[in-house]
Design a protein around this ligand. Structure first.
Ligand code: 0PR
Length: 381
């Protein structure tokens, strides 16, 4: 017995050592992540649903109820009426599933997406055997609508627009895309922006329509495990036409449900409970306050950066700052030596800071003198 206890303690201590080697959001040094420390109630909810499996729903009617309510809450946020939804592991699974549905619905073989799209679309095209037609960006890093028009054809299975690009937080002109795409399946990737844009709009920031408010938007990816402040893994796919979900269903005779319409079989329910808890607890006002604070910090960073003599790639649309540099790789390397973890963008080449809730004003005040020092040493300013 004591041996067993000792062994248990040793394994736990190995886990603690491993975790100590990791970087943690609460330390405030992670500046390039679209995830953040989940709020306390979301962590608690996660631990309560560790064994539930939405892949076999008949055993977990309670969890199914939470999933339904979560989908209803997110649908409301995104102006959906009677939309159907699927909880998934995150943006990648959601985007793959959306294109899978589009392929099934259309029977066609090409997908059009902007060069700013997350790499999950490359994976989706590869897995689904869809020909990817990548569209160049305009000067303001949005999808070039005229190129979309040229690329649309009778073979197009889906058109994709991004509401909050991974690198710059840019919102594609979804209304224009919707007009152009017409009957063609239109998917919007709001994995990051979905929990940001509605609240910024509420706060008075000028925000374009990007969700089910726009007729012709067929599906939306939105991730509670990003700005939804839930635990990983927590993603969502919403579909305007509930019938379309059935297109990917297969028979699952030995489960409690006769058919299964999802890429994953066994599905994590802890993330679903966590997202439900975060949304119920924070409410729209809670998110609005947090998003507002992130945006205030973003503006503060931009002001200080400009004072330093650095240039930003664009005025931030959401809580993301991209700082133009000759050699952001070198700046990143030096900042890493000082314990900071920023990230990079490709074109234009920038140092990228995602201003998540753990990137507080105090953290920024610690970071900026280091950035200033490194940039001076490397001749960036
Ligand atoms: N769509 C968009 C717009 C995204 O930004 C991302 C991920 C995805 C889809 C895919 O989502 P999942 O990673 O949930 O499948 N964006 C981040 C990125 O690749 C993900 C991330 C999060 C990366 C935290 C690093 C990190 O520390 O940059």
């Amino acid at each position: 017995m004591t041996d067993k206890k000792e062994h248990y303690k040793n394994v736990i201590s190995e886990l603690k050592n491993a975790s100590d080697k990791d970087h943690h959001f609460k330390d405030g040094r992670i500046l390039g992540s679209m995830c953040t420390e989940p709020i306390e109630i979301a962590r608690k909810a996660h631990t309560l649903f560790l064994e539930a499996n939405l892949g076999n729903p008949g055993l977990y009617p309670g969890t199914v109820g939470l999933e339904k309510e979560l989908i209803a809450m997110v649908s409301k946020l995104l102006h959906g009426k009677n939309v159907s939804g699927l909880t998934v592991s995150g943006g990648t699974e959601s985007n793959i599933t959306a294109l899978w549905i589009a392929k099934k619905v259309s029977g066609k073989s090409e997908v059009i997406y902007p060069k700013s799209a997350h790499f999950s679309f490359m994976k989706a095209a590869d897995i689904l055997g869809l020909k990817a037609k990548e569209v160049d960006l305009t000067e303001n890093l949005q999808i070039d609508i005229s190129e979309v028009e040229n690329k649309l054809s009778s073979n197009t299975a889906a058109v994709v627009g991004i509401a909050g690009t991974t690198e710059f937080g840019v919102i594609d002109p979804i209304e224009e895309l919707a007009e152009l795409s017409g009957e063609t399946f239109l998917h919007v990737d709001a994995a990051f922006g979905g929990f940001v844009i509605p609240f910024l709009k509420d706060l008075g920031y000028p925000m374009p329509s990007f969700d089910f408010e726009v007729a012709n938007v067929d599906s939306i990816t939105i991730d509670p495990h990003k700005m939804g402040l839930a635990t990983i893994p927590s993603g969502l796919l919403l579909l305007r036409d509930a019938k379309n979900m059935e297109k990917i269903a297969v028979s699952s005779p030995y489960l409690t449900s006769p058919r299964q319409a999802s890429l994953s079989g066994t599905r994590c329910s802890a993330g679903v409970a966590s997202a439900y808890a975060a949304m119920k607890f924070l409410g729209m006002d809670g998110y609005k306050k947090i998003v507002g604070e992130c945006m205030d910090t973003t503006k503060y960073i931009v002001g200080r950066i400009k004072e330093m003599g650095l240039e930003i790639a664009m005025e931030p649309i959401m809580n993301l700052v991209a700082i133009k540099m000759k050699s952001p790789e070198d700046v990143k390397k030096e900042l890493e030596k000082l314990g900071w973890k920023p990230s990079l963008t490709r074109a234009p080449k920038c140092l990228r800071i995602v201003v998540m809730p753990h990137v507080t004003r105090e953290i920024v005040d610690e970071f900026l003198p280091d950035l200033d020092k490194v940039c001076r040493e490397l001749g960036e300013i």
